[in-house]
Structures are given as structure tokens and as C-alpha cells.
Design a protein around this ligand. Sequence first.
Ligand code: NAD
Length: 425
Amino acid sequence: MAKGADPFENATKQVNDACDILGIKDKGMREYLAMPNRLLRVKLPVKMDNGKIRIFTGFRCQHNNDRGPYKGGIRYFDPEGGVKYMEREVMALSSWMTWKCAIVDIPLGGAKGGIFVNPKKEKLSDGELERLTRRYAFMISEVIGPEKDIPAPDVYTTGKEMTQIMDTFSKLQGNRYQPGVITGKPIPMGGSLARNVATGLGTAHCVREAAKVLKIKLKGAKVVLQGFGNASTFAGEYLEKLGGKVIAASDSKGSIINPNGFKTQKLIEFKQKKGTVVGFPGSKKISTEQLLTSECDVLIPAALENQITAKIAKNLKCKIIGEAANGPTLPEADPIIYKKKIMVIPDILANSGGVCISYLEWVQNNMGYYWTFNEVAKKMEDHIVRGFKDTYEFSKKHKIDMRKAAMALAVSRVVEAFNLKGIWP
Ligand code: NAD
């Protein structure tokens, strides 16, 4: 998220819009749904390699746990707006996690956290990074746990940091092995199979379901991938298996097109060698705008936020947009896209494969029994397909777009849980 509008204000607006659809007028209820339950800010002293002490700042924001323990990533990040901006960002992101879990009906709530640091830019050594990670784990240890709050990787954190957090937490519990305290762990540490394909596969499942209801044949369907990385390549490969044809792709160095289509696997191999998709044999270089507005059936934005502006929306020539990226479409573009009868599968649904697999990792950790790749992938598919169908039915019933439907449905599920429990003490 770039510096600019307050992300938490955006998140609050989305909650209020959902409340309007649901007819929730009570101001207190609206505030309850928008505000996080708890925001923890921690001071993190670290002995650096040069012997000096440096103080870092960390956060853990727990938005809502009415449907189950909090769940959400930990990012190491230094947004332009500084620590204050990061605080608002984790508040917003924790809110989006609540709705993301609710829409695919997994029994978890929303959280987000992180440390204000850019380990790549600052070139922190492995030792410095580990001391920082373990100190952070220690400082948030009272509020996390397999039944309380289960973090996961996010920007600039990986399975390595997840292992260090799990180990620190386990040792603090009298050395009791606690793999269920965190997800996104490497396989030998209790991680789940299918983690790396989860997001792209989930996006592809949503696209397949959308094609069914729109009566679009996927055999021969033209697919455009913006941001040729983890999410889009697995989405592209799966859609290819269903008969689709990837005709355009892009990365940070540029965009390419070949109207006859190319094999995703060949493009992956090319990018691995050359570091970019640009120059792929048989393709022509095009601009980002040309890529997004190419004539196609399926557009998968899987790069950055704020890509589909009102201007781009007016020129879109696709039938389905599967938002693998977070926030690729600006709010100004939504009504234009809806009018053009293009179906947008919103990010909280289209990229929820990752959190579904995280949930399944936690389930496996808690029962101490591990499923095969196919078993996990099938369970993830069930959640996503149900999430898509529920959202689609809700959008038809209320005559609203899929984004509004997903948010309103998610909010209604949290409200239902809240009403069943009431307020105590
Ligand atoms: P990735 O780093 O594997 O791939 C991102 C790709 O986008 C890279 O190829 C990069 O070169 C490209 N890119 C960067 N700037 C670009 C630009 N200006 N124009 C075109 N391409 C550009 O990342 P990913 O894991 O695939 O994530 C992609 C998006 O999906 C992000 O928005 C991420 O937040 C979201 N997402 C990913 C996951 C996941 O599990 N991977 C889960 C939820 C959401």
C-alpha cells in the first residue's frame, strides 16, 4: 500500500457500506465491527553485530475473534508514511483478514502484525534478524497461541521466521511443542503441503466457477496474467489444464502478448533464465495499459494494488477479473466494471487460497496428523467454491456487485456470531 489515503479509513468505509446493505443502523454496532479489539505496540531492543543496541517497533493488531482465534500475517516493512502509517496499515489489514476468513467460512478471525524494518534494504545479518524475530515473538507471546491468535508469513517474512517464532513460543510454554501457534512453516516444522500453489489455485477455482455461472467455455478461453509470479503462474497453469490459453503476461520489467497463446511452464523457464518475461520467443512487447485492456476472457491482476483505474475500466475487454493481488481495482472503477457486466471476483475471495491452506495447516498441527497434497488441495477447493457460490447468490439476491456482496456476506457472518454470544463481561 502506497503512502496516501489512510488505509484504516478505507477499511472502515467498506464496513459501513456493508452495514448499509445489511440494514445495520446502530452506530455502536458499526463501530464494533470496524474497530480492532486490540492493538499492541511493542519496543524491540536488539544487540546489533557492531555491539550497539538498536530499538525497533513492532505491532500486533487483533481485529475480531467472534468466529474463532485471530489469524493474519506478520510483515517486516517500512512504509513511506513511517511507524504511524504502519499502525494504520496493520489495523486495516487485520480488518480485511476478518472478512477474508468469514467469506470462505473458516472458523478464524482477523489479525495482522509486523515490525517497522526493511531487512533487504538495511542488509540486516541473519543473526540480527533472528534476534529481532525472537524478541518480537517474546513480546507478543502473551497474546498469541494456537487457541488465541495464529500468525503467518507476509511481506519479507518466510518459513524461517515462522520457525523461529514457533520455537521461541514453544520454549516460553515450558518447552511444549506448539506448531499450531503459527502457519506458513516449512514442511519438516509442521507446514502443509499445497502451500505454494494455494493462492493461484484458489484464484483459478474461482474463475472456473465464474465461467460456469456466466456460461463461458474455458476451452480456448484467453487468459491475461498481470504480475508473473507465485499467484499468477499457478493460476495460469491450472486454467491451462482446463483448456484456457494464456495470451499475455507481465512483470516489473514489462508486458508481452502472443494472441496465439503460450505455455505457462515455458514462460516460467524463460523467466527463471532471463529474470523477466520480456523477450519471450514469439511474443510482442506491449504497455501495461495494453495488457490490462487486451481482448480476453479472463484477466488476472496479480501484481500490485491500484492497477485498474476508471480509465482502464472503461477500456476493459475481458469477461471475468480474478483479483489475485490485494486491492488491484480502485473503487472508482467498480461501478464502471459492473455496468459493463464484467464479473469481478474480489481479492478477499479470489486470493483466499493462502489463508485456507493456513487454516488447514493449523488443523493438522492441532490433531497431529498430516494429509496428502490432494487431500489438502481438495479441502481448500471446497471452502473456496462454497465462498464463491455464497457470494454469487448474495450478489444476485441483493442486485449488487461481487465485491459488495463478499463484504456484506462476511460482515453478516461475524454479526451472527456476535449476536449468538452477546457481550460479556
Ligand atoms: P510474487 O513476488 O511471486 O510475484 C509478483 C509479480 O509481480 C512478479 O513477477 C513481479 O515482477 C511482478 N510485478 C511487480 N511490479 C509490477 C508491475 N508494476 N507491473 C507488472 N508486474 C509487476 O508475488 P505473489 O506472491 O504472486 O503475489 C502477487 C500478489 O498477490 C500481491 O498483491 C500479493 O499481496 C497477493 N497475494 C499473494 C498471496 C500468496 O500467497 N502468494 C496471497 C494473497 C495475496
